[in-house]
Design a protein around this ligand. Sequence first.
Ligand SMILES: *Cc1c(COP(=O)(O)O)cnc(C)c1O
Length: 424
Amino acid sequence: MYGAFETHLTDTLAAIEAAGLTKRERVITTPQGAQIGVTTAADGVLNFCANNYLGLADEASVVAAAHAGLDAYGFGMASVRFICGTQAPHTDLEARLSEFLGTHDTILFSSCFDANGGVFEALFGPEDAIISDELNHASLIDGIRLSKAARYRYRNADMADLAAQLEAAASARFKVIVTDGVFSMDGAYAPLREICDLADAHGALVLVDDSHAVGFVGGGGRGTPELFGVAERVDILTGTLGKALGGASGGYVSGHQAIVDLLRQRARPYLFSNSVAPSVVAGSLAALDLVAGSADARARLVANTELFRALMAEAGFDLDPFAGVASDAVRPTGVPPHPITPVMFPGEEGARLAGRIADHMLRESGVYVIPFSFPVVPRGKARIRVQLSAAHSSDDVRACVAAFVAARAAASGHSLSDIGIPFT
Ligand SMILES: *Cc1c(COP(=O)(O)O)cnc(C)c1O
């Protein structure tokens, strides 16, 4: 039987390749950091595409804590939490996360993908309605699909459409609005204040997935609810340990006591998947300690982001993913820019140009960035997504900008002035 199936698979792979959508993985030869080694380049390269926002992925005290956790608690648990997979560090980490986030309790999952995969089915039934932003992360979309609740989708950050969907869902027993705290392709914050206002007006709960914010957004690094002053009004928070909080693995749901209590009884990825490894938990605890006291790193991250944006704007690059898009989305103002910075290459030829520029930057300047095009982002809205880190020096940031400028100059031989890319 496999023969026909294999033909089907290789046809599918060929179609992906023909569409230019094959994802190839670069092999890194060093720990994750601002500077990394890759097998395709002789020298180290500057990394601008990790979610290592606070630079903790190779932080000495985090690594040391993970070593100590390995020595004290062994390599693995070989069990789920409720059978015999819970050690002191697991409950410590849950308590520390609750304290940090200002919530009642927290439940740990192997990943945020699992947290989002388990939270909806366990909490909401066919009488309920889930109202979800169209740009929410894939794991939220999948988790929502697994529940039997009625599903409503609203246009990205569009509060008039959210209100309309809440109206449409008015007869549901319970309603929950679901949003990413930060939309990862645009580096755009969800308008949480307006969302919480609508939730109050319509008697809905609010769930925020703060994976791209926890640890570094808000004065204390507590994420988008802190940034917008709505921490008390968000009922359910999900997030990852795999980005700013050390970058290893693990995710969580945090919130009211009864929500977490029921998830421990009912969430399937919690009940049926192995515990997070003790060394990872120990390292994450150390990362969380650093984050709670790391106002300096957060300030460095904001400064790097602002420097990059200023220099790129000065060099004539387009950093606005929403230019020319008709939309009623609410984009919060008066907040620091998010370290995700999309460098836009709009138009028909944009995808190819973004790819060429990213290639040139790695090859000629040793700067590692990733281009994104349709279907990951809308057609005609190709971009290179740059992610700043507190681990970058200001010289690193300047080197990244210089690499963009050099790559654009090299690409200018290809008659790109046709498509509105300015040259300097
Ligand atoms: C990265 C991310 C996830 C997945 O987190 P993992 O812990 O890696 O599974 C989920 N939601 C959002 C919004 C993310 O950005």
